[in-house]
Design a protein around this ligand. Sequence first.
Ligand SMILES: C[S@@+](CC[C@H](N)C(=O)[O-])C[C@H]1O[C@@H](n2cnc3c(N)ncnc32)[C@H](O)[C@@H]1O
Length: 261
Amino acid sequence: MEYRLKKENHDFWVERLKKNQERQVCTNDIAFDDVEDNEILKRIEDDKSILEIGCGNGVLYSKIAQKLKSFDYLGTDFVKDLVDVCSKKSNSDKHNFIQQDMTDITSSSFEKKYDFIISKRAIQNVLEQDLQIQTIENLGSFLKDDGLMVLVESSADAQKRLNLARKKYDLHEIIPPFHNLFFDDERLKNHEFKSIKLVEISPFASDFYYITRLIYARYAKEFLKEKTNYDHPLEKIANSMSENQHTKDFSQIQTYIFKKK
Ligand SMILES: C[S@@+](CC[C@H](N)C(=O)[O-])C[C@H]1O[C@@H](n2cnc3c(N)ncnc32)[C@H](O)[C@@H]1O
């Protein structure tokens, strides 16, 4: 489907593949990327089938292949060059990789249903809310009856709360990059999906964002008089806070979990 800035979005990912080393094609923050991946890895199991939306250059795919002994996998992405890189990481004939725009997925796109449908900051690239929801709906028709859809995506609601707190300390507003439209949690919670239901939104990164975007941001601005950087010890502490969250409101990235109705 056509949607706002689709070509620019596609070209943005092509450029990132050209300019960055492998681990930084799909993120600038490698340490936090590991935390995001764990949100998906901890929920998937051996001897099941996995459909990944936006497989990119296969950072998550490689970790799945390390964790599981045996699994069926279909990796999809709308950037052909990324799909090619991802597929080169595989040596299993049970793993397939195709170029596929997620907004073009229809009830006939795939031949079978999956135990797990996963994405990591992929659906938020679709810059229209109705189309994001329609895409999740269409994906739902490929989920097995006891399957799980695990989407690690950004939340506009959490970002708003974060910005409100930042404002009190004169920290600038965080604005999503041009190629992202963060999820509208209330809309997702209230939307009546045909075949799936949203069963949980897990704010697994609330402490991480609280520490990095509030505490460390204040420390850097008010005391260190420097810009924040991903190598600072407070970033490392924040990264270690992924179990047993002490806060819940600031998880700019969350895990959205859907099951079959
Ligand atoms: C954050 S990256 C995902 C990273 C990857 N899963 C990994 O393990 O690092 C988001 C991916 O979504 C893909 N993407 C963006 N819009 C898409 C669309 N309309 N259809 C399919 N893939 C899309 C991008 O090409 C990019 O590879």
